[in-house]
Design a binder for this molecule. Sequence first.
Ligand code: FE2
Length: 242
Amino acid sequence: MNAKPTPPLPRYRAYDRDTQPEHLYPPYASTVKRAPHEPLLPLQASLSEITGPVFGFERIRANDWDLTRQGKGEPIGERIVVTGRVLDANGRPVPHSLVEIWQANSAGRYPHRRDTHNAPIDPNFFGAGRTMTDEQGRYRFVTIRPGEYPWRNHYNAWRPAHIHFSVFGASFLTRLITQMYFPGDPLLEYDPMFMSVPDPRARQRLVSTFEWEHTIPEQALGYRFDIVLRGRDETPTENPFA
Ligand SMILES: [Fe+2]
């Protein structure tokens, strides 16, 4: 019996130069010690990276997409809707993909033992959400607008308001970890994480857009944040060596 020929593995498009953060970006202090000093070697992707894992619906709980309904009462802060699409290198929607977010509360504090910032913890806000994209690659979260917070990267360093995103796409190789920012934030140009993406147009891919379409009257402002997992329009990742 003749064995079927193995189909060729899919190839992913490369991103354009300067559209991803520089591994070594001295204003972002932790990259100085952690970034590699030798040129990176390309690794051949094998079937295991390209095929798995894919997470099922059963792991997502009913309220995971609504961060304003995970406690006994309502969290303090301005309610917002964050929605968008997950797209592949060719601009096609990525359906049934796990999207996870995590963020500070409205006072700029994470409920984590290593966050020692003296802003209040909100007992009704845990700062983490998960959902799956639908058939059109869309996701939607309801949450609280996160507060800015200080970090000790340099003197008087403040992070712009941001929401952390992890998107898996079809496999480990398309996993993308990034941060969404808000339009018009005056802290963006002082933020070494944001500024470590050299191309200013690529940086703008990290900034959400305000949208009336997703704004709910008397309830919540709407923001759109589309995520492209690969290729020329790839959303910049977080610096992997920070
Ligand atoms: Fe953060």
